[in-house]
Write a protein that binds this ligand. Structure first.
Ligand SMILES: [Zn+2]
Length: 260
């Protein structure tokens, strides 16, 4: 409350770390379109699609939200913020403390403690060319997806209560890109290791809807990691490719960043 209005704030960009790779669907993936009006043929649970190409994609916000929730839970953070509305009220963690490893990585806005911009930008992940070609040959009547019937059984009357859900079939591959902004060198290793940890954790969790019924098992393959220091942008210096496989991600990137 005592904070001065015009206190100077520094938000340096020391560089960017660009991770790219593939999200491979091990089971069908359902990431729902929030507006049921987007449904084709009156389907109950349509997937979200690119409006131009009609191909299903994984919105960056969905992937980022999932990764954030996994880190919140792995770090046992309090869900102190209420969001959403109506039936889709969600609780999440947002403390806006600079020391909080979740908020500094994923960003936070809080009336009391101010805003922390996210250090992560998670791009929308689109189907690979190969998957587009393979899936366009499906004969399900819907472009690039399958239609899964799910039954729940009324325990008293034994009546089946069928519903259907649209899924991107197992085997489909999405190409992802996540960009991390280096603000503080001392956080670099820790932040990237936390990112690596939640990407691993996601493989043993589920992406999208119906995870408890088998949907959304994914494999995440990081193929390329590039470090672009600010000199890359300001002075045209080369980007540096990070060799993966030896150390953890944070250590590998830190070594490249520090030039050792
Ligand atoms: Zn926090």
């Amino acid at each position: 409350m005592e904070e001065k209005k015009n206190k100077p704030i520094n938000k340096p960009i020391k560089g960017k770390v660009i991770l790219s790779g593939e999200i491979v669907c091990k089971t069908g993936l359902h990431i729902g379109a929030s507006d049921a009006g987007l449904s084709i043929g009156g389907m109950d649970n349509p997937v979200i699609r690119d409006p131009l190409t009609k191909t299903p994609y994984i919105p960056g916000s969905s992937l980022k939200g999932k990764l954030r929730s996994l880190l919140e839970r792995a770090m046992d953070k309090e869900f102190d913020k209420k969001g959403g509305s109506g039936k889709s009220v969600i609780y999440r963690h947002e403390c806006s403390k600079a020391s909080c490893k979740v908020c500094r990585l994923f960003g936070s806005s809080s009336k009391d403690n101010g805003n922390i911009p996210s250090r992560l930008h998670v791009r929308d992940a689109f189907l690979s060319e190969t998957s587009i070609n393979e899936l366009s040959e499906l004969e399900e009547g819907l472009p690039y997806t399958e239609w899964k019937e799910e039954n729940s059984l009324d325990r008293i009357t034994c009546a089946a209560n069928p519903r259907s859900i649209e899924r991107v079939p197992a085997g489909a591959v999405f190409e992802f890109e996540i960009v991390y902004t280096i603000e503080k060198e001392e956080d670099l290793k820790d932040d990237l290791n936390n990112l690596q940890a939640v990407l691993k954790l996601l493989e043993d969790d589920a992406l999208g809807g119906g995870g408890s019924r088998g949907n959304g098992r994914v494999k995440i393959e990081i193929k390329d990691v590039l470090v672009r220091k600010k000199e890359h942008y300001l002075e045209g210096k080369d980007e540096i490719k990070v060799e993966l496989g030896g150390d953890d991600l944070g250590t590998s990137v830190e070594k490249v960043y520090r030039g050792s």
